[in-house]
Design a protein around this ligand. Structure first.
Ligand code: ZN
Length: 138
């Protein structure tokens, strides 16, 4: 079995953002040379997510509103976690949107269902953060 590891780095200008990282993951799968296997893509931070969904701006706006209803950013004082930090909402949002995805690789390509795309979800941005991409197979 072969394996291949790479990191993707992000520094968003806003506190929250959704970034389609499918092209970068597909490129890493190509670089790996693996034809049949799995790729794991996970956020390496506890205030960011990796998830699969539709690349549709209306839906992304819906996610933002939905997450703000569930875990509003403000007031910061509503959260016990916000003693020295102000990112309790980001931890909660990340928990809902998930840490990682695993995608099958078939014939050297990401084996997606219709409309599936991989996103990096940032909930406490404006600093350098990374995603791990690990490819295994043959
Ligand atoms: Zn925190």
């Amino acid at each position: 079995m072969k394996s291949y590891r790479k990191e993707l780095w992000f520094e968003t200008k806003t506190r929250r953002a959704f970034i389609n990282i499918t092209p970068q993951v597909a490129q890493i799968v190509r670089e790996s040379g693996i034809q049949e296997g799995l790729v794991l893509v996970n956020a390496m931070h506890i205030t960011a997510s990796v998830f699969i969904n539709d690349d549709e701006s209306g839906l992304h706006h819906d996610f933002e509103l939905w997450l703000e209803k569930l875990a509003p950013e403000k007031p910061y004082s509503q959260y016990h976690h916000n003693g020295f930090e102000d990112n309790a909402d980001a931890h909660l949002k990340r928990q809902i949107m998930g840490r990682e995805v695993v995608v099958a690789i078939s014939n050297g390509k990401l084996d997606f269902g219709p409309w599936e795309q991989i996103f990096y979800g940032e909930f406490d941005g404006k600093r350098r953060k990374r995603v791990l991409v690990k490819v295994i197979g043959e």
